[in-house]
Design a protein around this ligand. Structure first.
Ligand SMILES: [Fe+2]
Length: 445
């Protein structure tokens, strides 16, 4: 151990090496000398300990657990490089070499910023094993990143099943936890993203959309976070059994032969079988998947005489809504208002009336994503609901009273804007607006 002076000398040499790297090419003696010196001093300091950390907390340099006085003045190059690369700690393990230290300084002084695991990957690819650069945790992801992350996870999971592998439940549970948090903290923000319908990758986006709506419905029904999370996992994987049905049948336009239909009808059973083989997935989730096509009056499939799990209709209802509002080979998309009207006709038959009522209350008179005409003649799209004022949501005006698309669409809250009110919902196909792209852009900010 070198004591405080030794630490000072270590930081001085690290800072000098990084500063010199700005002025000289790699390998120059002006860099090599302080690197070697820092390496020798650190090695000495590491006697009697396994590792040692130099950290950065809110622009303050920390050596082990001690704040470094005047750090920002004395070691500004080190602080700047760590901050730019989003590094919160540099951890030296016993036995590291000056070559490893040189590589770490190359990364710290280079122009490339590595995110998340990439930083560690870059270190390993350079053979740096005994010095770790710890990334500062990334901020919370925005809803679009969460949405896209969920689509990717569904795609991966289904891909693994198709290859005969048993998927890991960790990534699924993590992304659902993120979605759950988003739904509980701002229930109206993420729902617009369910307007993203991907014709070519229908199954993945559909799974995510059903999951977002099911999470929202579970929350609206007052269920606990744990219950809502389980519903979210089940709804994200509800069609996982379709991996066992050929693509050709799933995408077939027009009617299916009775043999093909029998195959499609197996997907809830196949899905729950897959779920049972996945580690760390609660049995309830398999049951919800098994029951997602069984209707309230027990029509649908598979046939069962048992009572349904009290939450399985949450998925059934959200599944029906997303299917109705999506363009399919056999169906033009219905707008949200029409879809809800169609569904309300099946209350008490296909759908549990109480859960459907909660769903309709949650979606409001003009659900998020509805294109509406105002009394002013303007056209807009519903951005989010105002709780307690279902006929007065927040909307974005996209077309003026002459039907001209606005260069700068603007937001109005109908609950406070007395000059505007909704006259009717409009079929979005009559306008040039792609609602999925619209909500994607909205979420990207
Ligand atoms: Fe299904």
């Amino acid at each position: 151990m070198n004591g405080p002076d030794g630490r000072e000398a270590i930081l001085k040499n690290i800072n000098a090496a990084l500063k010199s790297r700005k002025l000289y090419p790699p390998g120059h003696p002006a860099i090599a000398a302080p690197v070697n010196k820092a390496c020798a001093l650190l090695t000495d300091e590491l006697k009697g300990m396994n590792n040692l950390a130099v950290g950065l907390v809110n622009d303050t340099l920390i050596f082990e657990d001690d704040m470094v006085e005047d750090g920002e003045k004395l070691y500004s190059d080190l602080i700047q490089n760590m901050a730019e690369k989003n590094v919160e700690a540099m951890i030296f393990e016993k036995g590291f070499t000056s070559r490893e230290l040189t590589d770490v300084f190359e990364i710290l002084s280079g122009s490339q910023v590595y995110n998340g695991h990439e930083l560690q990957k870059e270190l390993h690819s350079r053979g740096v094993m005994r010095i770790t650069l710890k990334n500062a945790p990334a901020g919370k992801r925005n809803i679009l990143e969460i949405y896209n992350g969920a689509v990717e996870i569904v795609e991966n999971v289904m891909g693994e099943v198709r290859m005969g592998k048993i998927p890991k439940s960790g990534p699924v549970k993590e992304i659902v936890a993120e979605m759950t948090e988003s739904v509980f903290s701002d229930p109206h923000a993420i729902i617009g993203l369910t307007m993203i319908k991907n014709y070519d990758n229908y199954l993945y986006n559909h799974s995510v959309n059903v999951s977002i709506m099911s999470l929202s419905l579970g929350r609206a029904m007052g269920l606990s976070v744990e219950e809502v999370h389980a519903i979210g996992v089940a709804s994200l994987l509800h069609d996982i059994g379709k991996t066992g049905v050929s693509e050709q049948i799933i995408r077939k336009p027009g009617g299916l032969s009775s043999e093909e239909w029998e195959k499609v009808k197996q997907h809830p059973q196949l899905g729950s079988n897959i779920i049972k083989r996945m580690e760390g997935i609660d049995a309830t989730i398999g049951r919800l998947i098994y029951e997602h096509h069984i209707k309230y009056d027990h029509s649908g499939y598979p046939e069962t005489v048992e009572n349904l799990h009290p939450h399985s209709q949450i998925i059934t209802i959200c599944d029906a809504y997303d299917a109705l509002t999506t363009l399919r080979v056999y169906q033009k998309p219905h707008d949200p208002v029409e879809a809800i009207k169609i569904m309300s006709n099946f209350s008490g038959r296909h759908f549990n009336p109480d859960i459907l009522k909660s769903f309709m209350d949650m979606m409001g008179l003009y659900p998020t994503g509805t294109m509406v005409r105002l009394a002013t003649g303007e056209l807009g799209v519903v951005l989010r609901l105002n709780e307690g004022a279902p006929e007065k949501p927040v909307i974005k005006i996209l077309y003026n009273e002459d039907g001209v698309e606005l260069e700068k669409p603007f937001e109005v809250d109908l609950s406070t804007d007395s000059g505007r009110e909704i006259v009717t919902n409009v079929n979005p196909a009559t306008t040039a607006t792609d609602l999925g792209a619209f909500f994607e852009k909205e979420a990207a900010g």
